[in-house]
Design a binder for this molecule. Sequence first.
Ligand code: ASP
Ligand code: MG
Length: 454
Amino acid sequence: MIVMKFGGTSVGGCEEMARVVSIVQQKLDQRPVVVTSAMSGMTDLLYRIADKAEQHDETAMEELLDKLRNHHVEVAERLLERNVDVMLQTTSRVNEICDELEAYTKAICVLGELSDRSKALIISNGELLSSTILASAMQVAGIKTAWVDARKMMITNHYHLKGEPVIPEIERRVPQVIAEEGNGADVVLTQGFISADMDGEPTVLGRGGSDYSASLIAMALNASAIEIWTDVDGVLTADPNKVKTAKRLERISFEEAAEMAHFGAKVLHPLTIEPAIKKNIPIYVLNSRKPGSVGTSILDHSDIPDGAKSISYKENILVINIFSTKMINASGFLGKVFDIFSVNKVSVDLISTSEANISVTVDDGQDIGKVLEELSEFATIEVDKGKAQISVVGQNLINQPGVLDKIFAPLEERIYMVSQGASLINLSIVVDKQAMDGTIKAIHNAFFEQEGAL
Ligand code: ASP
Ligand code: MG
């Protein structure tokens, strides 16, 4: 059994969906479970619909609802024109989903009150719509397809907008639901991103969560592979928008992939790797526009050579510098500091310390007011804004000859912080935001574009 996940751009329109059908058709002997995202742009649109409802802006909301409906109806009509019966059934189902959503959002619009639960329910519709259309397209192509509602098996806690998976429940339900509903089918088709809590209330896994759905399902099924079909050639040595010469990586380790995802690479949802590691299931990142190409394999670290794999970045971060002479020779000081971050749910990325100073980075946009207030009670605090973090990721990175030279020699700008994890897999620096693009290019050049690089 394999799990094939198709991202928003891979199911983004009529041609794209048709391509997905033919990709799946080639894999029927591997008994695929297909996980789909919403069509590209549709989850964003649903978020905006929810916002308009909350703002009592019925006119704007109606306009957006029409856009959602028309887009799906048009794609269904074009994609399924060869089979009028299926087409009519599908557009009628699409209209039904949109009618229900309209009634629901209108009620919210009147109240002007939007709970996380309601929002989760609204934004779940993108995947329900895309999977409805894709299931029909598979059927028309002669693939026996069982459409399964992911909310029956993807169980999370009650955090509606960023549900945390309840693993034992998922491991129990997924094989059961798929065996029951997929009985006799060639393909089981389900939705990414959407989930439910133990009481059946709607939740979602958070933005970009379809990858995570796919790997959770693969874990629960002991699948032999996870294929993440997307619109790029695989995992690259850098963001191609920043570095035109970025190259595709043939293979990377689970740990490298997790580190890259966490430190800014946008190919995979950061939590995707965890379930795959648990069962040692290889992940293949593949381009649905070039179905024959090999993509990037993400494998156990013993199959991966040491050395730098990629340069990733985070654009908007803050550095919080904490100075206190109380820190010198005092035990428990770090605990106290990080307790404050943890209690206030501010997540910290990089940390570096010296005798009387701790510096940490956090994503800008988190509410750090309380943290600063509490830290100020016993330390002097300085916040550096407008910074960016650049990370070089690679297994056993630091033991490679010349690594420090490659990172620091090209730098012309001030460095605010340097941090290296104990896993030896990531070395990060913090620079001014304006210096970020140039620095990424320079470091990428030193690692990947010189002769004998890597
Ligand atoms: N549709 C969801 C999003 O746009 C989940 C996903 O595509 O992975 O965030
Ligand atoms: Mg994605």
